[in-house]
Ligand binder design. Structure first.
Ligand code: ME8
Length: 522
């Protein structure tokens, strides 16, 4: 067997200063869908997620709640672990930046940058937003109507900071970064995001303040205990900590540089400017790509912990079901753009696409095999033009999906698969196998065989997006565990196999009566 190609993929690491919100959940499921797709397509995937536990934001929230940063971390981090589990993410590791391995890696990259002459001690005087954990130049801020200074881009309050600080010579990386963007145009996707970053860098780069002296919640600067690293230096380093940096192990050599960092659009600058500059300085390879997804809005409103407008992820998945939640967001929101959601839109997708289009087709065709053929998948006769057309549409899905996946167009992949589901429904209705039971049982068997084969291919391709339900569908099609990868798409379902009794895969969402909670869907 040929050696598998490695594929290292990460989410951003979340700040656990509150409970996980829908933005965190969205990023986790989108990244998981890519990871699962690649695994099914024969790649050796390493998928990392985790929590970003240091920084002033954690300290500030903790203080407000009368806790220490560590107590806040201990309370909230398990919720993030529970979230990825609940969402059925297939991550291979979950990193905590408070771990010892991570402190070691952060100090090692610092030392490597220092050795390269890129770190110097000076004094910082300027604006800082704790909520964004970001420094802002004066012209990136303004006074609001209450006379309070805020960051113009994000609307968060900024405070004046004046203290001794280590600096990273970011200004020296302007041309190297521009060369990188030019040479690797897919370094940041979607393309507009790369253009924004490139024009920011073209405008000139200031050296970056990378340490603070006024608190101690973070990674200590090697050789100077008074200083704590700027949280973004340590946060970005998580991506190499998880592959054993600073040890050049087999794992490190195999997976670094990462293939893809999946992040939200608000943190592109940190990933596309600071991160490659740190890595170049430390003599390490830069990641192959960054994908910036959009923001989710509840009926058009931005949700965040700070504005208090958070829809609880656990309540949502209890209400709609995990696969239903995953399907909705990955299908509805063009990956890379902002998206809206509301109850009606979610229910509509669940009932139309999942329960009706796919669920009913599976239920009707497989229970007909049960009744008319004793649950044994019939051997097909000669294929008609209609059979060949629907089989060809199913066979073509993988090529289309791979192409769409090259630019991580998850919503297009789902759209292509569900277009075939719609065609299969038209085929089934047009061929009317129920009407052939008495007149032409062989033809009925062929139609049911073809339908089962299309369902098999659809289920295999749906696995990255709706893993449990697609798994159930493959179970009732009696597809063995070893035949669920994309390499099995080139084969045909085996006639003569005894199928288990079909169980419903996608239940309908039924509105609860007023005053009652809606039923859990899985
Ligand atoms: O930024 N919709 O953490 P974070 C979609 N710790 N995505 C959203 C979102 C929303 N409403 N709100 C946030 C951080 N996100 C840093 C990352 S990585 C080395 C350090 C996304 O908890 C956001 O864009 O504020 C980011 O990718 C992720 O959730 C974590 O956000």
């Amino acid at each position: 067997m040929a050696a598998k190609t490695p594929f290292y993929i990460t989410t951003a690491i979340s700040y656990p200063n509150g409970a996980p919100h829908i933005g965190h959940a969205y990023e986790a499921v989108a990244t998981d869908a890519i990871a699962r797709f690649k695994r099914l397509d024969g790649f050796d995937v390493f998928f990392l997620t985790g929590t970003d536990e240091h920084g002033q934001k954690m300290m500030q929230t903790a203080a407000k709640e009368g806790l220490t940063a560590r107590q806040l971390r201990d309370r909230n981090v398990p919720l993030f672990e529970k979230m990825v589990e609940r969402l059925e993410c297939s991550n291979d590791d979950f990193i905590h930046t408070t771990e010892e391995r991570h402190h070691r890696a952060s100090q090692a990259i610092w030392e490597a940058m220092e050795k390269n002459g890129d770190i110097y001690l000076s004094k910082y005087a300027g604006w800082y937003s704790v909520r964004d954990e970001a420094y802002y130049a004066e012209d990136e801020t303004h006074l609001n109507e209450h006379g309070k200074r805020i960051a113009t881009k994000t609307g968060t309050p900024v405070e004046w900071v004046e203290e001794e600080s280590y600096f990273f010579r970011l200004s020296a990386y302007r041309q190297k970064l521009l060369d990188l963007y030019e040479k690797v145009p897919e370094f940041v996707r979607p393309r507009e995001r790369l253009n924004e970053v490139a024009s920011f860098v073209k405008g000139g780069l200031q050296d970056l303040s990378i340490s603070r002296t006024t608190f101690d919640w973070g990674v200590k600067v090697p050789g100077n205990d008074k200083h704590i690293m700027y949280v973004w230096v340590d946060a970005l380093t998580n991506y190499i900590t998880a592959v054993d940096y600073p040890n050049e192990t087999e794992k490190f050599k195999r997976y670094w540089p990462a293939d893809l960092h999946v992040i939200g659009k608000d943190i592109v600058r940190f990933h596309a400017v600071y991160w490659p500059a740190f890595l170049m300085s430390a003599g390490l390879a830069v990641p192959k790509g960054i994908f910036s997804h959009g923001f989710l809005f509840n009926r058009g409103e931005k949700m965040s912990k700070s504005t208090g407008n958070v829809v609880d992820v656990f309540t949502m998945t209890d209400t709609y079901g995990v696969d239903q939640f995953r399907y909705f967001f990955l299908r509805e929101v063009p990956f890379g753009q902002d998206g809206n959601y509301n109850h009606e839109a979610i229910v509509n997708r669940i009932n139309a696409d999942l329960a009706n289009d796919l669920g009913n087709l599976a239920q009707r065709s497989l229970s007909m095999i049960g009744k008319a053929f004793g649950g044994v998948l019939p051997t097909p006769g000669a294929f008609t033009a209609e059979d060949q057309a629907i089989l060809a549409a199913a066979d073509a899905m993988i090529t289309t999906a791979r192409e769409q996946m090259k630019s991580y167009q998850l919503h297009h992949v789902l759209n292509s698969v569900w277009t075939v589901v719609a065609e299969a429904n038209r085929y089934f209705a047009g061929e009317a196998p129920w009407a052939k039971a008495k007149t032409d049982p062989e033809r009925q068997g062929t139609i049911l065989y073809v339908t089962a084969e299309v369902l098999r291919q659809v289920a295999i391709l749906a696995q990255p997006f709706v893993p449990s339900s697609a798994g159930k569908l493959l179970d009732i099609l009696a597809i063995p565990a070893g035949e669920r990868g994309f390499d099995a798409l080139g084969t045909r379902i085996k006639a003569g196999t005894t199928l288990p009794p079909p169980a419903p895969v996608f239940p309908r969402y039924i509105e609860a009566e007023a005053g009652e909670a809606a039923p859990a869907k899985d």
